[in-house]
Design a protein around this ligand. Structure first.
Ligand code: SF4
Length: 389
């Protein structure tokens, strides 16, 4: 590991550990701009950026925060992310944010948007609805109106007014970021020992709470440094696709545990905002239409997206083949309705394709991984010994 790589990883770790958003506070002190938080999975960050607003992804507080008041707002059979988000809001960790966006991910996040409105009436609190009809005349028109309303709401709060050229430029800025994320995923796919997932994950998470330009520079440096790591050599590990962790995020210790138990994670759905739009968004023409069209036609498959007549699990099987993976880890947050409702259908599809799989659940504050280590280790061993892949 090079000295510079060590420094980059240490910085990404520091950014992930401090849920009081130091980079966001620094940015606000320097620019005087608005910072708006958003819950997973997708919000149109390009639009916020074009209006001089810093989008800030909120993914809870992991195991470092004791949840006391957050638990009072939710039943015991609800995932952990909304509890820690409430706790962070009430303990002042998010006070540098001028508002929050709650995308249409699931009912839990919808309910959280209502709670936020009541708890923080002085801040912007907006539910961002996204279409489940992908016809440009219907879902497209709806989504465009939603984006225009969001834009107007931000302007009322002090953001710059909409300007088409600014949005075109912001689209290009995020295209650069997405391109680097794609390069990192391709590099990991080719050499997962050189670019381990527990490291990549840190860099993806760090990007949620810093300006996109700085994140892009950080990713570029990280990619370059990993190519210099000659001390990282391949081991006889099982190549797996990990799925189910698209909203609440697993603790870093869980990812390290999976890798140490003998799995190379060659594809995943962590921090999906960085890859929600699969390719470059055109920056010429009407930039609003381009954002809308990218969402309609170029979003990744997800349990939170309607797929009409398509077969659930087919896209997962295709990914396994593309990655030359040997198995699937279903790794969903406890009580995550979208992930766990899809899982039986996805399991049926991978079984039909004779792809080995195993499943377990986590919470962002899980602290004990021994059982998962034994399960994943046995899974990896069984692939290596018996699957003949
Ligand atoms: S983890 Fe699942 S259930 Fe919880 S907020 Fe996210 S999508 Fe909804």
């Amino acid at each position: 590991m090079t000295k510079r790589l060590n420094e980059l990883v240490a910085r990404a770790e520091m950014l992930n550990q401090d849920y009081t958003l130091p980079e966001v506070r620094r940015w606000k002190a320097t620019t005087g701009g608005l910072a708006i938080g958003y819950m997973p999975v997708y919000v149109p960050r390009e639009l916020l950026h074009s209006q001089g607003v810093l989008p800030v992804g909120i993914v809870g507080a992991g195991a470092d925060l004791e949840i006391i008041r957050g638990d009072a707002y939710y039943q015991s059979y609800i995932c952990h992310l909304p509890r820690s988000t409430i706790e962070l809001g009430l303990n002042g960790s998010l006070d540098c944010l001028d508002g929050m966006l709650f995308p249409a991910t699931c009912d839990v996040i919808r309910n959280l948007s209502g709670m936020w409105k009541m708890l923080f009436p002085e801040k912007l609190s907006r539910y961002v609805d996204v279409p489940q009809n992908f016809d440009p005349e219907t879902g497209g028109a709806f989504f465009r109106a939603e984006l225009e309303e969001l834009c107007a709401d931000l302007t009322v709060r002090g953001a710059r007014a909409f300007e088409p050229d600014a949005l075109r430029k912001s689209i290009e800025t995020y295209n650069e970021n997405r391109k680097l994320v794609r390069s990192l995923y391709e590099q990991r796919l080719a050499e997962p020992w050189r670019l381990p997932t527990h490291e990549l994950y840190l860099f993806l998470r760090a990007g949620l709470a810093m300006p996109v330009e700085e994140h892009t520079a950080m990713l570029g440096e990280y990619l370059e440094e990993t190519t210099l790591c000659t001390d990282r050599v391949p081991m006889d590990q099982a190549r797996v696709v990990l799925t189910g962790s698209f909203c609440e995020q697993p603790p870093i210790g869980l990812i390290k545990t999976l890798e140490r138990s003998g799995c190379y994670i060659v594809d995943d759905d962590f921090i999906q905002i960085h890859r929600w739009i699969r390719s470059d968004i055109p920056s010429d023409g009407d930039p609003f239409d381009n954002l809308v069209q990218a969402f309609l036609a170029d979003s990744i498959a997800s349990p939170i997206r309607y797929i009409d007549e398509d077969v659930k699990g087919q896209e997962l099987c295709d990914r396994v083949r593309h990655c030359e993976a040997e198995g699937v880890l279903f790794c969903a947050p406890s009580f995550c309705d979208p992930a766990l409702l899809d899982q039986p259908m996805a399991v049926a599809a991978v079984e039909a394709a004779e792809i080995p799989w195993t499943s377990f659940k986590f919470s962002e504050n899980s602290g004990q991984f021994q059982v998962i280590r034994e399960q994943a280790g046995t899974f990896a061993d069984s692939i290596k010994l018996w699957s003949g892949r």
